[in-house]
Ligand binder design. Structure first.
Ligand code: TPP
Ligand code: MG
Length: 572
């Protein structure tokens, strides 16, 4: 085999290209200059975040839209440190991201001279947080480490991996063998055991009331069309986990909000629950209490997921069909006949859900300011149906869940970890993933947006026309009711008046400042039509956060207070 002499930096780029990496998220820095040089030469897109954590969020957004992991860098010392919070989020969200830290010479670590400029020993921290963390000690060591990183990031429960190198190593040259294709060093996604598939198909054929639960694994593997086909063949009710929102668009006549009366009835009456891409974790109190305890005692549970380690963790599972979600769905569809008649209760449950949503909208509290639920109803009118929806915030999440109908299956939120401040980064990564021509909106709380607002400049610099629709209640709203109840006033929950729209314009984007409900839809439309990164700031009523209950909040709180040690209902 002919070896080729090249720098460490050039080789990293070559290895990343073998894995179809398209973007590296890194600020220009001397400690990665050779990697950036070769990334540019080899046609990768180099996107520079203002904060390294946001670079990781961007990589997560890109992955969520494409199923291809991307790369984020942190420069030596504090830049490496800044990767950490988002690495934790990527681990919680089970999203593979490939992280690199450039490091000062390792000898600094053992120096007794108290020279610590731009140095901290990060390895123990990244080992704790990531699926794999390694220090690359020599160019000859590089290929092995990068391959192990991809192998780990993409197998079992996917997640973040971290590699670091002495910054001086970038330009070191070495004779490298031709790079290996991924199929030679990691198991590519595969389907399930055929026996498990046919047992599941038999169970489905024998079920009179199957219910599908869509999980975020459908989003992560881009299996929406197959999931929809399965739903349509089964003609059964479809609900979703929190992070699996929109896996079947809410306009579909089989979809029910899991927290609605109809959704809960469907879950409790089902004789076969088929969870796709979720180990039934967060919804319905881990499947252990609430409506899972009532209803059909003979309910069977099937799980389609790549990760065997989640099976039976919450509900006992009758059918574990383990494999890459789209491949398993294809296997199931190959064998499964179309159900002759829809599940008899479906039409009634769908009608019940639709009237529940109408009722929620009709009873939005009337105040002299815009209620955040009203903002969601109006914002929906101005948002194109095919827009990707990204979320960030506290109560904002509940207002959107109740009042912003998701019509496209592309949806992203850190549903497991709820990391405030992730939204702008996720939206930017999402827009890069779907391309400039597809609309992307970020529905955000003002508290959430404040964490990393300067990423708006990143969107301007890279010409990414994301539209931020801001619920500006001048509060960390989700904290307000508890403070009012417990203290009688709030302590550091209220935020100052900020003209975010003017800031968006000052940075070079489009800004609109809206105080009246009737102006929201038009402003949102203008924002999408501007073709620029845009922000529509809606001044909403701060009293909404404590004077009235938030829609479905009791379900959300019930997850928090659910007894994690509760026994399985079947064992009681
Ligand atoms: C990084 C981070 N810090 C703190 C929290 C706790 N927290 C959850 S919701 C919330 C308030 C969110 O305020 P905002 O984004 O304005 O949304 P609102 O509740 O007002 O709709 C806070 C502080 C969190 N989830 N993440
Ligand atoms: Mg707020």
């Amino acid at each position: 085999m002919t070896k080729r002499r090249m720098s460490f930096g050039e080789r990293i780029v070559e290895l990343l290209k073998m894995e179809n990496v398209e973007v590296i998220f890194s600020q220009g820095d001397l400690s990665m200059k050779d990697i950036q040089k070769h990334a540019e030469l080899q046609g990768l897109n180099v996107v520079g975040p203002r904060h390294e954590a946001c670079g990781v969020f961007m990589a997560m957004g890109y992955y969520a839209m494409t199923g291809r992991p991307q790369v984020a860098f942190g420069a030596m010392g504090p830049g490496q440190s800044n990767l950490l919070p988002a690495a934790i989020t990527a681990a919680r969200e089970e999203i593979p991201v490939i992280l690199f830290g450039s490091r000062r010479q390792k000898a600094v670590r053992d120096s007794v001279r108290r020279g610590r400029w731009l140095f901290y020993d990060h390895m123990p921290l990244f080992r704790e947080v990531c699926k794999y963390a390694a220090s690359i000690e020599h160019p000859a060591h590089l290929d092995d480490v990068v391959r192990e990183a991809f192998r780990q990031a993409m197998s079992g429960t996917p997640g973040p991996v971290y590699m670091e190198y002495d910054f001086t190593m970038q330009v070191e040259e070495w004779d490298f063998d031709p790079p290996l294709p991924p199929a030679q060093y990691r198991v590519l996604p595969r389907g399930a055991d055929e026996r498990d598939v046919s047992a599941l198909v038999d169970a489905i054929n024998g079920a009179s009331l199957p219910v599908l639960v869509g999980g975020e694994g459908i989003h992560r593997t881009r299996s929406h069309d197959l999931f929809r086909e399965l739903a349509e063949r089964l003609k059964c009710p479809v609900v979703n986990s929190f992070g699996g929102a929109a896996t079947l668009p809410e306009t579909h006549d089989q979809w029910l909000l899991s927290m609605s009366a109809a959704g809960q009835e469907a879950l409790s009456k089902a004789d076969l629950l088929i969870a796709v891409g979720t180990p039934l974790p967060e919804m319905a109190n881990y499947g252990r209490v609430g409506h899972f305890t009532s209803g059909n005692p003979d309910r069977k549970v099937a799980v389609i997921d790549p990760d065997p380690s989640g099976v039976g963790m919450n509900l006992p599972v009758d059918h574990a069909v383990i494999g890459h979600v789209p491949l398993v769905l294809e296997q199931v569809l190959e064998r499964l006949d179309e159900r002759a008649q829809p599940v008899p209760e479906l039409a009634e449950w769908r009608a019940s859900w639709l009237s529940e949503r109408e009722e929620v909208v009709a009873t939005i509290p009337q105040t002299n300011k815009v209620h955040p639920s009203r903002m969601m109803v109006e914002a929906r009118k101005g948002t194109p149906d095919d827009a990707v929806v990204v979320l960030d915030g506290g109560n904002t999440i509940l207002y959107q869940m109740a009042c912003f109908e998701k019509r496209s299956h592309d949806f992203l939120y850190t549903a497991n970890f709820s990391h405030l401040g992730s939204g702008l980064g996720l939206a930017i990564g999402t827009q890069l993933g779907v391309g400039r021509d597809r609309p992307v909106c970020l529905l955000s709380g003002d508290g959430a947006l404040g964490f990393h607002f300067m990423e708006f400049e990143t969107a301007v610099r890279h010409n990414l026309p994301i539209v931020v629709i801001l619920n500006d209640d001048q509060l960390f709203g989700a904290e307000m009711a508890q403070h009012m109840e417990h203290i009688g006033h709030d302590i550091q929950v209220s935020l100052g008046p900020v003209n975010y729209a003017a800031m968006a314009e000052a940075i070079g984007g489009f800004g609109a400042y809206v105080t009246r409900a009737e102006d929201i839809a038009g402003a949102v439309r203008d924002a999408f039509n501007s073709g620029k990164p845009a922000l529509v700031q809606v001044k909403t009523d701060p009293a909404a956060a404590h004077a009235f209950p938030q829609p479905y909040v009791e379900h959300l709180v019930s997850w928090l207070i659910a007894d994690p040690m509760a026994t399985f209902p079947q064992e009681e």
